[in-house]
Design a protein around this ligand. Sequence first.
Ligand code: MG
Length: 250
Amino acid sequence: MSEVELRYAGATDVGLVRDHNEDAWLASPPVFVVADGMGGHHGGDVASGIVVEEFARLAGTPGPLGAAEVSATLESCQRRILEYAAAHGAAGPGQWYAGTTVAAAVLVEDQASPRWLLVNLGDSRIYRLHDDQLVQVSVDHSVVQELLDAGLISEAEAETHPDRHVITRALGGPELPPADVWELPVGETGRLLLCSDGVSGLVSAAELARLLAASPDPAAAAEGIVAAALAAGGTDNATAVVIDVVGWPT
Ligand code: MG
C-alpha cells in the first residue's frame, strides 16, 4: 500500500527525421523508465521494449523494491536482449545488434523515509527540478562525457562533437556494464524528468527548466518538452517522463 502520492505523465514522438521510434517509456508506480534503443532491423525498438516489459514486471512485484531487485531486472533485460540478438543473428545474414539505454526511477518506501532509487546506463538523462533549479543527476556514459571529464573539450565543443551520440555503456553489449545508482529522499528531490537524448541533445537545460517550471501539470510538461525537441529540429526520437511527488508521510 503506497503512502506516497504521485502525479506523472510521459510523452514520446518519432521526431521529424527517423522512420520509427526506438524510444520506449514506462510510468507504472513505483517504477518509471525511459529507454532509447539502437540497432538495425528493429533491434532498437525490441531492446527498449524489453526494458519496458521487464520494468513493468518489477513494478508488479509484491513487497518492497530496492537496488537488488533493480539489478536483477537489468540482468533479465540483458539476457533477453542477447537471446533476441542471437536468435536473429542465426536467422539471417548481416550484423544483428540490439541495444538500449536505461534511465529509471524507482520509489522505495521502506520505513518512514521514502526515497528515489535512480539508475542510469547510457546517455538518457535524469534531471530533478527543485526550487526552480534544474540539476542533472545522471552522468552520461558517453565518449564526449569522458572527454569533458578529462578536460580535453569544453561544454560548447561537447554540444557539436561528432561523437556526441557514441555511448560507452548500454544494455545489449557482450557484458552487462555496471549501472550508476543514486538514492535521494523524495522530500529533497522535487520534480523528476527522465528523457532520451533526442530531448537533451536538442533542448537546452535552461529551456527544460523553463518548460518544467511553466507547466505544473506533468502531462503538459512532458508534451511541452517533446514539442520543444521537435521545434528544435526533431532529429531523433524524443521522449520525456515527468514525475511529481505531491505528498508523502512525515
Ligand atoms: Mg536517441
